[in-house]
Design a protein around this ligand. Structure first.
Ligand SMILES: [Zn+2]
Length: 433
């Protein structure tokens, strides 16, 4: 007979995301799923004899979703240090050149250990799912034993038709595997400035025929807008010669990135767009009318000085928003808690605390099409939660302010995936059981 483990978890506050914080709330977990949610006293009487784990003065919160990252670049700060390139370049394109330069020295094992570090750091940061862009497709098996959900977006780019044909064949071969660990495989056509029009169109067609998840960097910098619309600027003058693409500089499209992507067949709801910094009002309306999802990466945008996404306007228009850290090549760490805290300050009142918390949970889950499993404490979803132990008392009406404070990432006490403890902060005693 198979024994299914059951347990009731409770804390001072349960923050379900789909409802206000519940004082004295509890989760009844059966196996790897949430079987009931309610007040502790109700659950104890409904399920007598079940073990109760009481985290006392803590908050019981869903795991977060990092909708856009590149975990294979987690060791970037170390690679930059080894090459004496710790200084941040002073422009977006110089930063891309630095990244390409450093990647030239890497071997397969560098990517593999970097990706492994990224997965571990994400779990320790209370992240339950990722939209992870992976350029080194051969490292995908690192995910085999990870408890995280989400999508591995296999990156593809290129301007040379012969090489693109080979890349697409390789990609199709890898995609026959469908998943790695608990993550689906999808495609990431990198961006409008790194991929030829024909190849971009063919990847989007393939993507939709195969019903795969997709993700594309879009409207990140003014340089990208200049490149797409006018075929000019530092991407043409610096990036293209550096990577040997001078023969492939496209003719000016005469349109900005959103319209360009629409012309190539890229505006479909399964294509998770990333950044969306340089958007006009009509472009935002177009994205909303196509029910697009957009992952904002405010810390990366600030670090690379590319501008600030029109977050309030995007929210009001109905574009589905989520949050991503981007990679450690443009961000300090992989914590979505820290991303929320930064976003709360950076967007200056455009996104309030409950909205940011929703973007980091349900919004991210919807962006990765895993909202039937994650994003809130609903019965039937995966038991994916974390325990936060604030260092000072938090009143019930202060819970959301606390969740966007910069304290949460260091207050993580325990992290549970699929009902199993996956991370525990050292230095605390075990909770009363
Ligand atoms: Zn990115």
């Amino acid at each position: 007979m198979v024994v299914v483990l059951t347990c009731i978890y409770t804390a001072k506050y349960l923050v379900p995301n789909n409802a206000p914080p519940v004082e004295g709330g509890a989760l009844f977990v059966r196996g790897d799923r949430i079987a009931a949610v309610g007040q502790l006293s109700d659950l104890v009487s409904r399920f007598p004899g079940v073990e109760v784990v009481d985290f006392e003065e803590s908050l019981l919160v869903p795991l977060l979703v990092n909708a856009h990252t590149h975990l294979e670049l987690t060791d970037f700060p170390q690679w930059a240090g080894d090459a004496d390139e710790e200084t941040l370049p002073d422009s977006f394109v110089e930063w891309i050149l630095q990244l390409i330069r450093l990647k030239m020295n890497l071997q397969e094992n560098d990517y593999r250990s970097s990706l492994k570090s990224g997965i571990e750091a994400s779990i320790a940061a209370g992240t339950g799912a990722v939209g992870d862009i992976l350029a080194r497709h051969s490292a995908r098996d690192i995910y085999q034993n990870s408890p995280m959900l989400g999508t591995i977006f296999l990156e593809s780019l290129g301007q040379d038709p012969a090489k693109n044909c080979q890349s697409k064949n390789n990609l199709k071969q890898v995609l026959t595997e469908k998943s790695s660990g608990m993550l689906e495989l999808g495609i990431s056509p990198h961006s409008p400035y790194t991929i030829s029009k024909d190849y971009l169109q063919s990847l989007y067609r393939y993507n939709q025929n195969m019903q795969l998840r997709c993700s594309t960097h879009l409207a990140e910098s003014a340089d990208e807008v200049d490149f797409v619309e006018h075929s000019r600027g530092p991407l043409v003058n610096k990036l293209y010669p550096f990577v040997g693409w001078l023969d492939f500089v496209p003719h000016p499209s005469g349109v900005r990135p959103v319209e360009y992507l629409q012309q190539q067949g890229g505006l479909f709801p399964e294509n998770l767009l990333v950044h969306g910094v340089h958007l006009s009002t009509s472009e935002i309306e177009l994205l909303a009318s196509k029910t697009m999802s957009l992952a904002l990466c405010p810390r990366s945008n600030a670090r690379l000085k590319v501008g600030k996404a029109p977050a309030g306007q995007l929210l009001r228009s109905g574009v589905k928003l989520s949050l991503g850290t981007d990679s450690l090549a443009s961000c300090d760490n992989l914590s979505i808690w820290d991303e929320m805290a930064f976003a709360h300050r950076w967007f200056e009142g455009e996104l309030d605390a409950p909205t940011l918390f929703s973007m980091a949970t349900q919004g991210g889950a919807e962006a990765l099409a895993i909202d039937s499993d994650m994003g809130s404490f609903d019965v039937g979803k995966v038991a994916a939660f974390q325990i936060l132990r604030p260092k000072t008392t938090v009143a019930v009406d202060e819970v959301f302010d606390y969740l966007v404070s910069s304290n949460c990432s260091s207050d993580i006490y325990q992290v549970y995936h699929h009902g199993q403890l996956q991370f525990s902060q050292s230095g605390y005693s075990e909770p009363a059981g």
